[in-house]
Design a protein. Structure first.
Length: 253
């Protein structure tokens, strides 16, 4: 076996939440290209059709399930459906996320809770459901953000708090499950990648932020997906409890 063989995911089954747009689409397509069958989940089920088509175009099977990860019962239903379809779940990409840019002095309890419910609580419910069926050698990857480490200059208290919480969640689940269950748990902290969320930023914001990015550009979603494939594959087999920052250097600028 060559070192490149360690990056293969032939016949694995991956669940990708938030797969209706943005980075979720990139994750689903990349994992299919690496040889995995893909369960795509999101609230907007009509958009999952296009993601599923990308998976099938890569020669792999796709299974779409409408899911609101803020609801633990829907998370369990998603995994039950994945098990009926494929008989196994090897990898979870906890990507579903929402964000607001509301000043802390005006943010309502409902606005704050809605972000925490999806980003942090949803990641927990999904991990919990997957851990019940995953075999040793499986992998969970939680999608955090550099905004869990640094400020982005916008009023994003709920989003930043949820992403910092995901880092803590990642560490604790890794220490609970990596040895006892054989499930590695890691995280990714992306910097600025073009998504639907970046479309909502004020005019000129991204241009200003990119001046603080050492590489002076936004990330290519394929670069983030490649990092996820490394973490999920045997190539990352000795890595657990880590949050890998993929941000072009903005967090050290």
């Amino acid at each position: 076996m060559s070192v490149l063989d360690l990056f293969g995911l032939d016949d694995k089954v991956v669940v990708v939440t938030g797969a209706s747009s943005g980075l979720g689409v990139s994750f689903a397509q990349a994992f299919a290209e690496a040889g995995a069958d893909v369960v795509v989940a999101a609230r907007r089920v009509e958009k999952l059709t296009a993601t599923a088509a990308l998976v099938e175009a890569a020669g792999r099977r796709a299974h779409a399930v409408a899911t609101d990860v803020a609801d633990p019962q829907q998370c369990q239903r998603l995994i039950d459906s994945a098990m009926r379809e494929f008989g196994r779940v090897d990898i979870l990409i906890n990507n579903a996320g929402v964000g607001t840019a509301v000043p802390a002095s005006r943010e309502t309890p409902e606005e704050f809770r809605s972000v925490i419910d999806v980003n942090l609580n949803g990641s927990y419910w999904m991990a919990q459901a997957c851990a019940k069926v995953m075999a040793p050698g499986s992998s969970i990857i939680n999608i955090s953000s550099i905004l869990g480490l640094v400020t982005g200059g916008l009023p994003q208290a709920a989003y930043s708090a949820s992403k910092a919480g995901i880092m803590g969640l990642t560490r604790d689940l890794a220490q609970q499950w990596s040895f006892r269950k054989g499930i590695r748990v890691n995280g990714l902290a992306p910097g600025f990648f073009e998504t639907e969320m970046t479309d909502t930023y004020p005019p000129g914001y991204l241009d200003a932020v990119l001046k603080n990015v050492i590489l002076r550009r936004k990330g290519d979603p394929a670069e983030l997906a490649a990092t996820a494939i490394w973490l999920a594959s045997p190539a990352g087999g000795y890595v657990t409890g880590q949050t890998i920052v993929v941000d072009g250097g903005v967090s050290i600028a």
